[in-house]
Ligand binder design. Structure first.
Ligand SMILES: *[C@@H]1O[C@H](CO)[C@@H](O)[C@H](O)[C@H]1NC(C)=O
Ligand SMILES: *[C@@H]1O[C@H](CO)[C@@H](O)[C@H](O)[C@H]1NC(C)=O
Ligand SMILES: [Mn+2]
Length: 401
């Protein structure tokens, strides 16, 4: 009995490795999946009985297959990768986001192939035909920020320039193959980075630039993060100048952000003065204040975002502190008066159809969480919306005649 189920498992592994593209979702079978007919815990719609339980086993994001993308398994193609960046030595207040990747993975246990149908978006991202994997974490030194930032850029870039597993498909109107939307004309897989404090977005945008050029950014955060180093902690040294309040200032000055088609949402921080907003304008961003949820509402916010980014390729960065600390307390610099988890999730679903080329969630510091794991669960659920939107939207456009 044991031996035959072992054989079954081997067959499944061999099949998924050798077949080009199958519609059985073999690639998305949860990590610790095992057939075990005598002690059924779950019976799927097709009568398949498994011993896989949501509270058991090794924890990857959504129990996705773990691929050692940066080391031993560099030849395994994928379409979307989750990737941890456990860096938190750029924070100004509470440290601890280095445990974010592990925490967010733990918060994602209940989201997987068998329970992954997103009701409002009417789609199961794990059954999209795309191959989604968890690549583990980028090795990040906690002793040298300059080196760590380079490690994050190089790790992300390595994955971004891999072959994709799935072809783009054909345009539904013309039947012609879609062409990539990248600046270099190539196909690129998408990466969802688990932070880490927000500093990591500087090396991530440097990597994105290598494939897409300057990119439109959608940024959910209670803070601007476009502060000049002289205003935000950067006075002592060149290294202090790169931190979680200044990385967008550096990114804008390096030309990584598309001016005028990038936008912040959920802003509610106090300022050094109104000149912070002038400085933010110079960095190329429009702003949606957190309190606009009470005036224009979720639909108005979605409309403003869509008008700003148009049909540009978009990089999405989510600071968990965009959510109110009542719902997501475990973060580096909490600000009251934020959005509910429900509101942020609805806004993320409103991005459906926007070509999001990569994304991150940052500033999750699990040590400050409740015993009920509110924050890590909110982070994982927000990413579930992002993953659904991504899998519904191919990174291609119709060929122009
Ligand atoms: C796309 O169209 C090509 C012909 O241009 C065809 O060979 C291919 O099977 C189509 N692919 C899909 C996914 O329909
Ligand atoms: C973005 O455009 C505005 C308005 O034209 C300009 O003032 C600002 O310097 C630009 N920012 C960057 C980073 O190029
Ligand atoms: Mn923030």
């Amino acid at each position: 009995m044991k031996f035959s189920s072992f054989l079954l498992l081997c067959t499944a592994v061999v099949t998924s490795a050798s077949s080009a593209h199958n519609h059985e979702h073999a690639d998305q079978v949860p990590l610790d999946f095992a057939r075990f007919p005598t002690e059924p815990l779950y019976r799927g719609a097709d009568g398949e009985v498994t011993a896989d339980a949501i509270f058991s086993g090794i924890t990857t994001f959504s129990k996705l297959p773990w691929v050692q993308c940066l080391t031993r398994e560099q030849d395994v193609p994928f379409d979307i990768a989750f990737l941890g960046a456990p860096f938190d030595t750029g924070t100004s207040y509470r440290p601890g986001a280095r445990f974010g990747p592990a925490g967010i993975r733990a918060g994602s246990r209940r989201l997987n192939l068998y329970g992954g149908y997103n009701v409002p978006l009417e789609f199961n991202p794990f059954k999209s035909g795309l191959r989604i994997v968890d690549c583990g974490d980028i090795p990040v030194t906690p002793y040298d920020n300059k080196y760590a930032i380079k490690q994050i850029e190089d790790g992300h870039k390595m994955l971004l320039h891999r072959e994709t597993f799935s072809p783009l498909g054909n345009d539904s109107l013309t039947g012609e193959p879609l062409v990539p939307i990248s600046a270099d004309g190539k196909h690129h897989p998408r990466i969802i980075t688990l932070g880490g404090d927000h500093t990591i977005v500087l090396p991530l945008l440097r990597s994105i630039y290598s494939a897409y050029g300057a990119i439109s950014v959608i940024h959910f955060d209670s803070h601007l993060d476009t502060w000049k180093p002289s205003v935000f902690g950067g006075a002592p040294s060149e290294q202090a100048a790169i931190n979680h309040g200044t990385y967008f200032w550096h990114a804008a000055n390096e030309g990584l952000i598309k001016n005028g088609s990038s936008i912040h949402g959920a802003i509610r921080t106090t300022l050094s003065g109104l000149e912070d907003y002038e400085n933010d304008d110079d960095a190329g961003f429009l702003r949606i204040e957190a309190r606009e949820i009470d005036t224009i509402g979720v639909d108005g916010i979605i409309k403003k975002i869509r008008e700003t980014v148009g049909d540009n390729p978009v990089y999405l960065s989510i600071d968990i502190d965009s959510i109110d600390p009542a719902f997501a307390p475990a973060t580096g610099t909490p600000e009251t008066g934020g959005w509910t988890t429900r509101e942020l999730r609805a806004i993320l679903r409103g991005l459906d159809g926007i070509p999001i080329v990569s994304a991150d969630i940052v500033e999750v510091a699990p040590a400050y969480d409740t015993n009920a794991e509110l924050t890590t669960m909110a982070a994982a659920d927000a990413l579930f919306e992002v993953l659904t939107v991504m899998t519904k939207t191919p990174l291609g456009k119709a060929k122009k005649d």
